[in-house]
Design a protein around this ligand. Structure first.
Ligand SMILES: Cc1cc2nc3c(=O)[nH]c(=O)nc-3n(C[C@H](O)[C@H](O)[C@H](O)COP(=O)(O)OP(=O)(O)OC[C@H]3O[C@@H](n4cnc5c(N)ncnc54)[C@H](O)[C@@H]3O)c2cc1C
Length: 407
């Protein structure tokens, strides 16, 4: 169903069937699905287009998510340019242990930096499918969500005037620091939180990867991770105290720690390079249930956050977007509300599974450095089981790849 729309600057209230708050992977995927069905929508984004096309974050995308993008005509560049990863490597005690998950399962990971995916999605949405989008908006607020006629207001960046957009549905896709989830009345939504009590220094280095796969370093001084992003750029992580300041980590200290925590006897030192991102993430998770209030449907990090321990957040955002985009199209074009009715429950199965896997993997990463010999002992037991038991290896591989078809 399409509805007449007014130009965003016309001054009069506009109407769009769907307003999407946030132009991240979730919001842009929903927008593309709606536009492919000729449903009008408006994306409201607080940053500039240039900013969202460069913001570095995720890189690992699961096979089912790539196929979901492909089915919706959104994976052409990804399939042409992304790398396939078939193994990961655990490093501890100065030795390395390869885990070939593709050999076990027949499925691999894709590595495609999030800024490239967002660039593809915004180009397809705005330039190819003719979707409406407003960048640099301020003061987004949601109104009358529990009626059939909700609306969204925002401040226009050019005129400074408040704009009113009437709509049928709002998709809250504004990430972990957005405003849409604050519109849920506390008595109608339950928020579960979990704080790991640790920080990760997230780094991007202008340096080629030092291995052909992801490396997990378990070290008494803290976890370290190596994640290839492209032939020229590598993401690294270093466990650090929560709330630590990036200024406490001059480049020399970063490289000394990375070399120590990821060093093994039979491999040369890591290839170093200029550090182009350095920020501390306080590792925490949350889940909001249900992900719906009236005409507001939350998707992606707005609804649930998983610390980047298991590289799951963007994959979950894409899963929500596929379900919500398809459900909105079914309702707005055929009057079929089944998908919208079941949306929250359909998302939350995978969400909770990935939350549990992140908790499990966190203990593997951080038990050795916890200072608690009991946790260090159980961490090593988990690793021995992973490499010693084919059944345990298969279970890990399925969770790592998000392969369970029955969430
Ligand atoms: C260092 C790091 C590494 C990661 N690695 C991985 C990985 O390898 N694999 C993986 O699956 N996930 C990973 N993630 C998680 C992944 O980046 C997120 O889960 C993903 O970006 C969520 O997408 P989203 O669309 O829900 O939200 P976002 O990408 O956060 O998009 C939300 C958008 O809303 C906008 N916005 C916010 N507030 C407002 C407002 N008030 N008004 C209008 N617009 C607003 C924001 O500017 C943003 O553009 C990583 C995250 C980090 C931080």
């Amino acid at each position: 169903m399409t509805s007449p729309t007014l130009h965003p600057d016309s001054g009069a209230p506009q109407h769009f069937p769907v307003v999407i708050v946030g132009a991240g992977p979730a919001g842009l995927t929903i927008g593309n699905i709606l536009r492919a069905a000729s449903v009008d929508c408006l994306v409201l984004e607080m940053e500039t287009r240039e900013f969202i096309e460069r913001r570095p974050r995720a890189g690992v995308i699961e096979e089912w998510a790539v196929r979901g993008l492909e089915q919706r005509g959104l994976a052409t560049n990804l399939l042409a340019r992304a790398e396939r990863h078939t193994e990961c490597e655990f490093r501890f005690g100065g030795r390395r242990y390869r885990f070939g998950y593709a050999q076990l399962t027949g499925t691999h990971h894709w590595v495609y930096p999030q800024p490239l995916l967002v660039t593809d999605l915004v180009r397809e949405y705005a330039d190819v499918r003719g979707g409406a989008v407003r960048f640099e908006v301020r003061d987004v607020a949601l109104h009358d969500l529990d009626t059939d006629h909700p609306s969204v207001t925002y401040t226009d960046p050019e005129t400074g005037q408040q704009q009113v957009v009437r709509c049928d549905f709002v998709a809250g896709c504004d990430g972990g620091r957005g405003v849409t989830r604050t519109a849920l009345p506390p008595e109608r939504a339950h928020i579960s939180r979990q704080d790991y009590g640790i920080g990760w220094l997230a780094l991007l280095a202008e340096a080629p990867p030092s291995s052909d796969c992801v490396l997990f370093g378990m070290h008494p001084r803290g976890f370290a991770g190596h994640m290839p992003r492209s032939p020229e750029v590598t993401r690294y992580y270093l466990e650090c105290p929560p709330g630590d300041a990036p200024e406490n980590w001059p480049d020399d200290r970063v490289w000394t720690e990375l070399q120590a925590r990821l060093g093994v006897e039979d491999r040369p030192p890591l290839t170093q390079g200029r550090l182009i991102e350095k920020r501390v993430l306080d590792m925490h998770n949350y889940v909001i249930e249900p992900m719906v209030f009236g005409r507001l449907f939350l998707a992606g990090d707005a609804a649930h956050l998983t610390a980047p321990i298991a590289a799951k957040g963007m994959n979950l955002a894409l899963n929500d977007a596929f379900l919500l985009g398809d459900a909105l199209v079914a309702y707005l074009t055929k009057g079929d509300g089944t998908g919208l009715d079941g949306y929250s429950a359909a998302c939350l199965g995978r969400v909770w599974d990935y939350q549990e896997f992140s908790m499990w993997l966190s203990e593997v990463y951080h038990g050795t450095s916890s200072g608690d010999p009991y946790r260090a002992g159980t961490t090593l037991a988990r690793l021995r089981r992973l490499f010693g038991s084919p059944a345990a290896g298969m279970a890990f591989a399925e969770q790592y790849l998000g392969k369970n078809a029955d969430y």
